[in-house]
Design a protein around this ligand. Sequence first.
Ligand code: MG
Length: 632
Amino acid sequence: MLRWSIASVCMGGALEGKFAAAAKAGFRAVELFENDLTFFNGRPRDARQLAADLGLEIVALQPLRDFEAMPDPMRRRNFARAARKLELMHDLGARLLCLCSNVSPEAIDDAAQAAADLAELADLARQHGMRIGYEALAWGRHVKDWTAAWDIVRGADRDNLGIVLDSFHICVRGNPIEPIASLPAEWIALVQVADAPALAMDPLSLSRHYRCYPGQGDYPIVDYLDAVTRSGYRGPLSLEIFNDQFRGASAAAIAVDGMRSLRAAGEALTAKRAARGEGPIADLAPLPPAPVVEGAEFVEFAASDADASELIALIEGLGFHHAGRHLSKGVDLYVQGGINLVVNREREGFAHSFSLLHGPSVCALALRVDSIDKALERASALECQSYVGKIGPGEATVPAVAGVEGSLIYFIGRDDRRWRDDFLAGPDKTDGGALRKVDHLSNVVRRGEFLGWCLFYRTVLGLSPQPQVEIVDPHGAFFSRSLRSPNGELRIALNIGEGGATGVSRFLEAFGGAGFQQIALSTDDIFAAVEAAKAKGVAFLPIPDNYYDDLATRFEIAPDLLARMRGLGVLYDRVKDGEFFHIYTETFRDRFFFELVERHNYDLFGAANTPVRLAAQASATEAEKRAEIEFE
Ligand code: MG
């Protein structure tokens, strides 16, 4: 039957940890990469037992390299080598030996010889009760395409020999996918699944450094799975990702990402079949539907008493009013328009631990969803870690799942205001503030975490990733990719810190990991909002005069409007008939900042101005450093 599998090569660390991570993420099948066995401190039968104890089937041993179409004496030696591997497979309990196309410069360009060698190998394997799978590597010496490998397999004509299909090699070569649907299923030995970004690069480098899980790249993986399943193939669908970033991350996280990516691919496959009027494939358990995320209900900050008073001054300076104190906790609620900000000063519990690790920070984001049950079912099916915090008697429970760096994502039902009942109402006040709602948030993440968090937001919350952009920083550059809910009410930008002195890397250092760096709030009148905030002492990022001189050359802007922007430090962008005004507060304790935005028929993030913001933030940091040096 169809079943999800993962190759041990996807994960880093020792074999024991890889098997445990795979089993915990819900896999029941693994491909064993032979190096993992070589480095395993035990006998092959111990590895077999380890897998069996975890409920894992070893579906294949791989790879046998540089085997077919070799001149003697290499050819002879290869058969001796293959015989040893077949012996080993008895101990491992694996029945399939995967052979990848020869990359040796000594390989002979002779498909008939290759077929004869595979036939002989299959006959040898039959004596052991084993099967052979043959896979075309995109960088094979003579066999690079699955169609060429198929010709050789068909030429060898053995019933214990089949083709191994791998979406990476097929897509990187631009091979046709549709004919896979016509292959006889019994001739497909194994199906491997891997994606990659569409980068112009040699296939080997792309494979080593950028190969990724389905849906994390640009290849038509769902079309591939569709073709494979239409052939009638019902065996393992196995992730095989060679990627140094993956192996550098925790095996547990990578295994969970793998399962999430496969289940999301399975969901897309079911949708594709449904569009043709076909039912789902019975072997693949359906994924509960993604919740409808309607927007951000509240943003929660964790801070010590000392930091909290300064943070509250900033929040109140931005026009928020104190709307209540929590019934049983040192937690306060600040409200303006449709924005709720929670400041948590508790000295125990989740927020406190979070602030001990990260300093003042956004520790949680509460999302308004159409159904909490739906959100939790989906999250649980996708192996999210759930969380229920300590609550006082009679208080609302707000279920959550772990997000970036252990921050929380709470789920709040549509129209459910019960969480607000936990706050003793503050003075009744209709605010006259100009801020309306949370416009977007940004996360800074390490490069090795980026694909995983992108996958999390996409699969768990149903957000759609937008194209990746590169942003220039005075100290380098970084990549950014935003994701948005279908209604556009939740937008999260993921920025990748890669070391060096860029703004995002400084954040990672100050914060001690990944986290929320930016909270953007929308307004209908940015000038009124900024003037009111300045009058209350809020410091905004100073913008150089040159920016406004340049702006005047790029756009036709009424002189008094330009003067007003210059006077306040408001940034500007225009696309067709859309206009965007925005401004940033100074960074709070090197960690996060607020952005105020006013949109007119404009759906982007003002990326054209991001380098100006980054330069201004970098010069603020440098000025601080100079001040410290003078002080010392
Ligand atoms: Mg492969």
